[in-house]
Write a protein that binds this ligand. Structure first.
Ligand code: 6R9
Length: 651
């Protein structure tokens, strides 16, 4: 890592902001001083400046029930009104909110005035289907404008949405629907991926079969493929939404009213329903989108390539940019369809000025070759962002050079589903960039790195655990239905004063923070969080599998890749490749294709400690082709020899 850095320094790169950029940047250095001088005053100002409150708040932060926070106590607002209506009222109804680009090349341009009508109609339709304030709505949609309208319609009514990524399986959807006790599901007939239509509705049909809380399924027609239909339960979006009135009153909700639940992988098999509320979340999303991405709504065209099913899509496609009145691109499909230059073509076509994407995508483009982006005019770009996992300096430098013409600042943004918004990132008009580092907390956010004993670490290169030392507006308000798990997961490792993020980190000699990946049993594959336990339980649910252990092995493209070790049941026959294929498909079916192991090794034993804990560290050594580390704590020290032997003989 340090080699690359010294190379970049030796090449004489100046990574400080240009005077022109600095002069026009939304985020200025005085924000750090303001936040340090008066923490609550700073966040009160952000909330009042950036949002329109129906009723002003009386107290900025109530931390008396820590670790359960209340922000902007007594305030009332409507998130959908803030994201849409107020821009129309301010005379910006003709501004484009969304440039939609379908994978097959179909396009739609939606102005703020049109989005206002779409959201109002959807809100009226949801109410006509029995949804009211407080009811939960599951959304299982592709990247189409209806997904945005559906989320905002829920927000408008005050019905928390739970968006489930369209790549998740029926089982995963079923668990999430059950945990949130969703009353309605919004889905589509299917979606376009890699030039083909892929069905979505059958997964919903399976997920709501039998006993369920779901009363209605609202279906967007996207692919026009045939779908099974239940006349009592299923309703077409184009029938009820199109027929609904485009007038809908946005009643204000309490600042702490739940806005959404979003499930993420934890260290156990059961996904956690991270839940966020209205005023604080929206404040932080709008603030960070302004000062970190530097969105100037009157002139920028912004594009965040995340899926709406992840938190990045929530905060930086829906809530942040729309609260700021930005113009953005939404693209439905994959970057390789119909050709490997599709993203660059889109940037060229819409004159995208801000691009926010993930390191795994950048590494994929590096593999495809420099000549592909070089064929397109990318000169409209002025800010590049990265999120989801550490960006290695090589990828950072490639991004800067081949996409950003050695001119655009790159903001490497560290945050989590739990934090709601960006926490650690450079400000592009202030910070001298350091390739590969997220650098420092944004103004208003406080972090520390602690050692095993919970003592702050400041020595350069000493590796510890990242903690957040003060509450923040966008913080999760809990795990849906599980207060204890919330306290236990985030507020117990270093005592109740520190939020434990689950990431390793260190400072460098310049005081920059480097994020080093998860320290728990959570893997990060292409920026998506997957739990080892969840995949292990999917594997052992297969009749041939007796035991399974899953590790994240480093992978050049996806950051980490899922590698599984399985012991087959006594009677099960090992058919080599066929068994492995079957198990891989089984995981895809149980959880979703993103969880499919890159490789599965059939073994006769797993390395365990005397207390029966699987030593994943040793399996990771095997998966990454390393010399196996210290085996002294193994209950049976011959196990690793057996595993390695089995592998070299091709089992
Ligand atoms: C926004 C998002 C959160 C986990 C987080 C960390 C990793 C995200 C990162 C990063 C290094 C960055 N992560 N951004 N690691 N540098 N810029 O990704 O949320 O899906 O909840 O994942 O992702 O490990 O703890 P989420």
């Amino acid at each position: 890592m340090s080699d690359t850095l010294s190379t970049s320094q030796a090449e004489g790169r100046d990574l400080s902001p240009t005077p022109e950029f600095a002069a026009h940047a939304n985020g200025q250095a005085d924000l750090y001083d303001a936040a340090a001088a008066d923490f609550e005053g700073f966040w009160a100002d952000q909330a009042r400046q950036r949002l329109t409150w129906a009723k002003d708040f009386d107290q900025t932060l109530d931390w008396s029930g820590a670790p359960f926070a209340k922000w902007y106590v007594g305030g009332e607002l409507n998130a959908a009104y803030n994201c849409v209506d107020r821009h129309v009222e301010a005379g910006n109804g003709d501004r484009v909110a969304i440039h939609f680009e379908g994978e097959g090349g179909d396009t739609r341009t939606i102005t703020y005035a049109e989005l206002q009508r779409d959201v109002a109609k959807a809100a009226n339709a949801l109410e006509s289907l029995g949804v009211s304030k407080g009811d939960r709505v599951a959304i299982y949609l592709p990247m189409i404008p209806e997904a945005v309208a559906a989320m905002l319609a829920c927000a408008r009514i005050g019905a928390p949405h739970s968006v489930v990524f369209g790549g998740f399986s029926a089982d995963a959807l079923r668990t999430r629907i059950a945990d949130a006790e969703a009353k309605l599901v919004i889905t589509a007939d299917g979606q376009f991926r890699r030039g083909k239509s892929a069905p979505l509705k059958p997964a919903v049909d399976a997920a709501v079969e039998g006993e369920t809380t779901v009363e209605k399924v609202l279906v967007v027609q996207r692919t026009r493929d045939d779908v099974a239909w239940d006349d009592d339960r299923d309703v077409w979006w184009h029938e009820v939404v199109d027929a609904a009135s485009d007038q809908h009153e946005a009643v204000p909700h309490d600042s702490e009213h739940p806005l959404f639940i979003l499930y993420t992988s934890g260290t156990t098999g059961k996904p956690k329903g991270i839940f966020h509320t209205t005023g604080g979340y929206l404040t932080q999303a709008a603030y960070t989108n302004s000062v970190v991405h530097d969105v100037h709504p009157e002139s920028d065209v912004y594009w965040c390539t995340a899926d709406i099913g992840w938190v990045t899509g929530h905060s930086y496609i829906v809530y942040g940019p729309l609260a700021n009145g930005a113009t953005q691109v939404i693209y439905e499909g994959t970057p390789d369809t119909p050709h490997h230059g599709r993203w660059w073509e889109i940037i060229d076509k819409y004159k995208v000025s801000i691009l926010y994407t993930a390191p795994t995508a950048i590494r994929t483009f590096m593999k495809w070759g420099d000549d592909i982006p070089a064929k397109f005019d990318l000169s409209s770009l002025r800010v590049l962002g990265s999120v989801g996992e550490p960006i290695n300096p090589e990828a950072w430098l490639w991004y800067r050079k081949h996409i950003g013409a050695d001119r655009c600042p790159i903001v490497d943004t560290w945050w989590q589903t739990e934090t709601g918004g960006i926490m650690i990132s450079p400000l592009p008009g202030v910070t001298t960039l350091e390739p590969g580092s997220a650098q420092r907390p944004v103004p208003g956010i406080s972090a520390e790195i602690l050692d095993d004993e919970g003592q702050p670490l400041h020595d350069p290169e000493a590796v510890g655990y990242l903690v957040l030392t003060k509450p923040w507006p966008g913080m999760l308000r809990g795990i849906w239905g599980d207060e204890e798990r919330y306290k236990e997961t985030y507020w117990s490792r270093f005592g109740p004063k520190y939020y434990f993020a689950g990431d390793g980190a260190k400072y460098d000699e310049k005081g920059n923070i480097w994020l080093l990946g998860r320290v728990d049993d959570v893997m990060n594959v292409s920026g998506h969080r997957l739990s080892t336990a969840e995949i292990e339980s999917a594997l052992v649910s297969h009749p041939s599998v007796a035991e399974a252990a899953v590790v994240g092995a480093s992978d050049d493209t996806t950051g980490q890749a899922v590698v599984a070790f399985v012991i087959l049941r006594g009677g099960a026959h090992d058919d080599g490749d066929a068994t492995v294929q079957e198990l891989r498909n089984h995981v895809a079916k149980e959880i979703g294709p993103i969880a499919k192991p890159r490789s599965i090794m059939v073994v006769s034993e797993l390395p365990k400690t005397r207390s029966g804990k699987i030593m994943r560290r040793l399996l990771r050594d095997v998966a990454e082709n390393r010399e196996v580390g210290d085996v002294t704590t193994l209950a049976d020290s011959s196990v690793m020899g057996l595993i390695k032997e089995g592998m070299s003989s091709g089992a």
